[in-house]
Design a protein around this ligand. Structure first.
Ligand code: HEM
Length: 513
């Protein structure tokens, strides 16, 4: 990979940027030169080939400041471009490690002081327990398939059903991304923390959570955050005290298992209420940062293809039941049948994530190690796995790799075995190995069930009554995993004729006969 920069483009970048960015640039540049001088080592013949910047020394750094997520670099970085090697890297998580960078980024993001930072970074020898290993276990345990997840699903879906039931028969205009953002954020807060919670009491905090999300990459750099990331900085200061109040009032008794078990682990390792509260903004953010953009694009893709809407309605109708109770007509969508009976909408979900979950996984190399017995990776280096690129590789997915074509997931069985295997390996929107996203089951349910109900029961159109289009994605900021639209999409939503007076509900219970 080579990136070119003319002197003019560098000058124009610097003059267009604010002075804090300029100072950041000078400091980072100086450090880089020193580090480069101190750290320059010969490349071992067993290592992968080196990609040098066009502009000696500073080319990669300019790339990082200018292109954020599209350009990650430090002293030594290995970019994994083959799905097979990506899985090998995920498997070798003991040496090709996420924990170090995750611990560092989490502490910086929420501005932990020395005490909490020491707790997070504590790594006992011989793999004994630590706060981070306990946290990992508790989070994966509470989001794994089973009764806790069913309860979480049912909490979030009840909330989302309320949002859909509020839609009237007369068409109303909604800014689609903002509407989804607000409903999912409030729904996640209600699910995680119970009611009342800080966001249900003050919905203005939704804005704070997303300001934090927007500035996350810069907050992690921790370079005068008050100036370089003013909104994210302010958001942290607003959200921490309201969560302290929440814990001090004992409202955490209404929280779901994930929040309760996280708290138990935190207390065991000596974190204070203030420190636990500092981290909450990152939890609400994690619950929505991928869910909202993917729900948005899934809706846009579907409603931009009228034939697809018709086919989906036929499929979804089969997993609903209609009843009248106390004079109220209710339509229930049976969640347990989604995956087994609705291959088309599941394919739409997979295809949306394939195109839209573009962020890279980043790892650090803890000791010299052979990747898949093929390449030597040196201690201290970084490994970047650009999963998004692998998911749209023409060689793997064919000439329509960049287009939305859910059928590809329905016809995979008819592909030659090696092509099928390559596609399975290249598809990793939830990462892989030890750090495979624990929220993936929840994400599937809360996105697919919501979109299914929207497709079956509602008409969506542009403000002038036309079909939706798929808006261009925004510039990918540092740390962003899923693409959001550059501009929001104003749409009209109304109930379909046959569902004008019904109450919608999600049935999270047993299979319908
Ligand atoms: C479409 C939605 C989602 C996508 C595409 C997604 C994707 C990912 C990916 C790729 C990772 C691994 C990062 C890496 O290895 O570098 C990850 C980790 C994580 N995700 Fe998700 N995620 C989604 C939804 C959720 C939800 C709803 C939650 C629930 C609260 C969640 C919680 C987490 C957590 C806690 C981790 C960190 C795991 C660890 O400590 O290693 N995610 N996610």
């Amino acid at each position: 990979m080579h990136v070119t920069y003319s002197t003019q483009s560098i000058v124009s970048f610097l003059t267009k940027s604010s002075w804090p960015a300029f100072i950041a640039f000078v400091v980072v540049l100086t450090s880089l030169l020193v580090l480069r001088f101190l750290g320059a080592k010969d490349v071992d013949p067993e290592e992968p080939p080196v990609v040098r910047p066009r502009i000696p020394f500073v080319g990669h750094m300019i790339g990082l400041l200018r292109h954020h997520n599209n350009y990650f670099t430090l002293l030594r970085i290995y970019i994994v471009q083959s799905p097979e090697l990506a899985h090998a890297a995920f498997r070798q998580s003991k040496t090709i490690d996420f924990e170090t960078i995750k611990g560092y980024a989490s502490c910086k993001a929420v501005a932990f002081g020395q005490h909490a930072t020491d707790v997070v970074n504590f790594r006992p020898p011989n793999g004994e327990d630590s706060y981070m290993s306990d946290l990992h276990q508790e989070m994966y345990g509470s989001l794994a398939q089973g009764p806790n997840l069913l309860e979480t699903n049912s909490r979030v879906l009840n909330y989302l059903a309320r949002s859909l039931n509020a839609i009237q028969t007369t068409p109303k205009e909604y800014p689609l991304f903002r509407w989804l953002r607000d409903e999912y954020t409030l729904g996640s807060a209600a699910t995680l923390y119970g009611l009342p919670n800080p966001l249900s009491e003050d919905p203005n905090l939704i804005e704070s959570v997303w300001d934090f999300e927007h500035d996350l990459g810069v907050l992690v750099l921790d370079f005068f955050p008050k100036i370089t990331a003013p909104k994210g900085y302010a958001a942290r200061n607003v959200v921490t005290p309201v969560f302290e109040k929440y814990y001090n009032a004992g409202l955490n008794k209404n929280a779901n298992t994930l929040v309760q078990r996280r708290e138990v682990a935190a207390r065991q390792w000596g974190l204070t209420t203030k420190e636990i509260s500092q981290a909450e903004i990152s939890i609400i953010m994690a619950a929505g940062t991928n869910t909202v953009p993917n729900a948005f694009y899934m809706i846009c893709h579907i409603f931009s293809q009228p034939d697809l809407v018709i086919a989906l309605r036929q499929e979804i109708n089969k997993i609903t039941s209609r009843k009248t109770r106390d004079g109220i007509e209710t339509v229930a969508l049976h969640i347990s049948m989604l995956q087994s009976h609705c291959p088309l909408i599941t394919a739409c979900f997979n295809e949306t994530l394939r195109l839209n979950k573009t962020g890279a996984a980043v790892r650090t190399v803890l000791e010299d190690v052979m990747l898949d017995n093929r390449y030597l990776l040196k201690k201290g280096a970084f490994v970047q796995i650009p999963t998004g690129l692998l998911q749209s590789d023409l060689n793997v997915w064919g000439p329509d790799a960049k287009q939305f074509n859910p059928q590809r997931f329905l016809t995979q069985n008819s592909l030659p075995k090696d092509v099928r295997k390559a596609q399975n390996q290249a598809y990793m929107p939830f990462g892989g190995g030890k750090n495979l996203c624990p929220g993936r089951h929840l994400a599937y349910t809360e996105i697919v069930a919501f979109v299914a109900m929207l497709v079956l029961g509602f008409e969506l159109s542009t403000s002038d009554g036309g079909k939706l289009h798929v808006p261009k994605g925004e510039f990918q900021r540092l740390g962003v995993a899923s693409i959001s639209p550059e501009k929001d999409l104003d749409i009209l939503i109304t109930r379909r004729k046959e569902f004008e007076d019904v109450t919608w509900e999600f049935d999270t219970g047993t299979v319908m006969e």
